[in-house]
Design a protein around this ligand. Structure first.
Ligand code: NDP
Length: 257
C-alpha cells in the first residue's frame, strides 16, 4: 500500500490535533520513504512539535513542512499555495479535515458568531483550499490528476437536535463533494469523502467552549472511535489504485448504530 504513496506531496488541514494529526502520522508510517507532508492549522507551535514527532518516528524519508494557515481566510489560503517552497509545490493529495463545532443551542438561539465560524471554517474553508489546489491538479496531463479527501461527518446524513448548523455544514460538504466528483469525471482527479461518527478528540471540548466536564459527558457509557481509526481509512482510500475511487465512506463506533 505504501508503494502507491511513495513520492507524494500531501497537505493535511487541521493537522494540529485529532484526526488531522493522526492522518499525517498514518501517511508517514505507511510510506516512510520519499514522502512530503505539509501540515497546516492555526497553532503553528503544535504543528512544529508534531513535525518533530513524525521525523523521530519514521526518520528522514519523510519531509514535514508545518505551515500556519487559517482555512477560512481566502487570501491566506491563496498565499499559502503561492509561497510553498520548491519541492513542496506539486501537491498530490489534499485532506480537507479542518473543522469545528460550537455549542448545542437549538436553531433559534444560535449566535451569529457561532453560525459564521462553523460555516466559514467547515464549508468555505474547505472550498477555499479546494479552489486553491485544484489548478495544480488540472495542469497535469490528461485533464488532471490528484486526490481531494473531504472529512464530512455522520452529522451531514443524520442531523440531530442542537446540531442544526454543524449538521448543515456537513450536509453542504456532502453536496459540494458529490457535485465536484461529477464535474471532474473522466479526469484522474479523485474526489472522496470520509464521514466519521463519534471520535474522541479535542473536538468535543471545543463544542462546549472548553468545558471538559460537559465534553466527557458526551462520551459517558460509549466507546468512541480513536483518531487513528479514521486516519487508517483516509490513508487506505488514498492508496487505492488510480482507477479506484472510494467515493464515500461512513465509519462509526458500534454503539452508535
Ligand atoms: P479537533 O478539534 O481535534 O481538530 C480540529 C482541527 O481543525 C484542529 O487541528 C484545528 O487546528 C483545525 N482548525 C479549526 N479551525 C481552523 C481554521 N479556521 N483554519 C485551520 N485549521 C482549523 O477535531 P477532530 O480531529 O475531531 O475534527 C477533525 C474533523 O473531523 C472536523 O472536520 C470535524 O468536523 C470532523 N469530525 C469529527 C468528529 C468527532 O467526533 N471528533 C465526528 C465527525 C467528523 P487549529 O486550532 O490549530 O487551527
Amino acid at each position: 500500500m505504501g508503494k502507491r504513496l511513495e513520492g507524494k506531496t500531501i497537505v493535511v488541514t487541521g493537522a494540529s490535533s485529532g484526526i488531522g494529526r493522526s492522518t499525517a502520522m498514518e501517511f508517514a508510517r505507511t510510506s516512510p520513504k520519499n514522502l512530503k507532508l505539509i501540515l497546516t492549522a492555526r497553532r503553528i507551535d503544535t504543528l512544529k512539535e508534531i513535525a518533530k514527532e513524525i521525523e523521530k518516528e519514521v526518520g528522514s524519508g519523510v519531509q514535514v513542512l508545518p505551515v500556519k494557515l487559517d482555512v477560512s481566510n481566502p487570501s491566506e489560503v491563496r498565499g499559502f499555495v503561492d509561497s510553498l517552497p520548491v519541492g513542496f509545490k506539486e501537491i498530490d493529495i489534499l485532506v480537507n479535515n479542518a473543522g469545528l463545532v460550537k455549542g448545542t443551542a437549538k436553531a433559534p438561539d444560535i449566535s451569529d458568531d457561532d453560525i459564521n465560524v462553523m460555516f466559514s471554517t467547515n464549508v468555505t474553508g474547505l472550498i477555499n483550499m479546494t479552489q486553491a489546489i485544484l489548478p495544480i491538479y488540472k495542469k497535469r496531463e490528461d485533464g488532471g490528476r490528484g486526490d481531494i479527501i473531504n472529512i464530512g461527518s455522520i452529522a451531514g446524513r443524520e442531523p440531530y437536535p442542537g446540531g442544526s448548523i454543524y449538521c448543515a455544514t456537513k450536509a453542504a460538504i456532502r453536496s459540494f463533494t458529490d457535485a465536484m466528483r461529477r464535474e471532474l469525471i473522466a479526469t484522474r482527479i479523485r474526489v472522496m469523502e470520509v464521514d466519521p461518527g463519534q471520535v474522541e478528540t479535542e473536538f468535543s471540548v471545543v463544542r462546549f467552549y472548553g468545558d471538559k466536564t460537559k465534553a466527557d459527558a458526551v462520551y459517558a457509557g460509549c466507546e468512541p472511535l480513536t483518531p487513528d481509526d479514521i486516519a487508517e481509512v483516509v490513508v487506505f482510500n488514498a492508496a487505492r489504485r488510480e482507477n479506484v475511487v472510494v467515493a464515500d465512506t461512513l465509519i462509526f463506533p458500534n454503539h452508535q448504530v
